[in-house]
Write a protein that binds this ligand. Structure first.
Ligand SMILES: NC(=O)c1ccc[n+]([C@@H]2O[C@H](COP(=O)([O-])OP(=O)(O)OC[C@H]3O[C@@H](n4cnc5c(N)ncnc54)[C@H](O)[C@@H]3O)[C@@H](O)[C@H]2O)c1
Length: 254
């Protein structure tokens, strides 16, 4: 039986862990050939072993740092060459980085977060759009965050700024690319059940209690709940959705 993404090639940055791996898993289960791109080749290869059992497409792993222009360009070109094109790109790689009041933050710590989350997404999109333009079609989904939607007392100004930039950059890139047949959107997750949702020194019970009082739905998101939103935006089922940032946060920003 043909599946929704049969014959499609999907690239996921930061695809070896947590939300990225959940996205890769859904795409593979629904028929896509999947390329996991990230810094840690061992982690990517381990993730690929499990993915190969779940789908019937190819699973490729490519080591690349999204902040390195030539590495990400080579990675995207290799995926397109080895898997026969690039239909879907999910720019999910990201870090939280330094947490603390803006006034005390070291400029280099601030820059590092912007470099990974914003510049990394920019560089990834450049290579992906070029590859997709060669084929005349494609879909990109960027991972922003609900922390970038409005001001919050979380001591995460660098992360918030970096993700707000991803959201705005998504809208601009979408307008520039839609007439080339490339549809670009973003997903902004809220607190999701991965190590990124823990504050320094917090255990699972403390994290869950904090989330229960702060998030209207009363719990963190499962990685699969974020992945479903990303995969919908990557599919033809969202064919009229362009330049949108889909907040998936249990009502936090509602
Ligand atoms: N977990 C949450 O609560 C939450 C909430 C909102 C947004 N997000 C965003 O979702 C995305 C995935 O986060 P996650 O929770 O799955 O955490 P994660 O740490 O498992 O995922 C991030 C991935 O990005 C990779 N990565 C980081 N820097 C990279 C670089 N320079 N080059 C290549 N790969 C790099 C990491 O190796 C990792 O695989 C991130 O962009 C994060 O900011 C997470």
């Amino acid at each position: 039986m043909s599946k929704e993404f049969s014959g499609k090639v999907a690239l996921i940055t930061g695809g070896g862990s947590n939300i990225g791996l959940a996205i890769a898993t859904l795409l593979a289960e629904r028929g896509a050939s999947v390329a996991l791109v990230g810094r840690n080749k061992e982690q990517l290869d381990q993730a690929a072993v499990n993915l190969r059992d779940r789908g019937n497409g190819i699973v490729l792993t490519v080591a690349a740092d999204v902040t390195d222009e030539s590495e990400i360009e080579r990675a995207v070109d290799r995926v397109a060459a080895e898997l026969g094109g690039l239909d879907i790109a999910v720019n999910n790689a990201g870090i939280v980085g330094a947490i603390g009041p803006l006034v005390d933050m070291k400029p280099d710590d601030f820059r590092k977060v912007l470099e990974t989350n914003t510049v990394g997404t920019f560089l990834s999109m450049q290579s992906e759009i070029r590859a997709m333009k060669r084929a005349g079609s494609g879909v990109i989904v960027n991972t922003a965050s609900n922390i970038g939607v409005h001001g919050r007392r979380l001591n995460m100004a660098a992360y918030a700024a970096s993700k707000a930039a991803v959201s705005v950059m998504t809208r601009n890139a979408a307008l520039e690319s839609i007439n080339a047949g490339i549809r670009i959107n973003a997903v902004s997750p809220g607190a999701t059940d991965t190590p990124l949702s823990f504050r320094p020194g917090e255990d699972a019970a403390a994290r869950d209690a904090r989330v229960a009082s702060a998030v209207p739905i009363g719990r963190v998101a499962k990685t699969s709940e974020i992945a479903e939103a990303v995969v919908w935006l990557a599919s033809d089922r969202s064919s009229y959705v362009v330049g949108h940032d889909l907040v998936v946060d249990g009502g936090t920003t509602a």
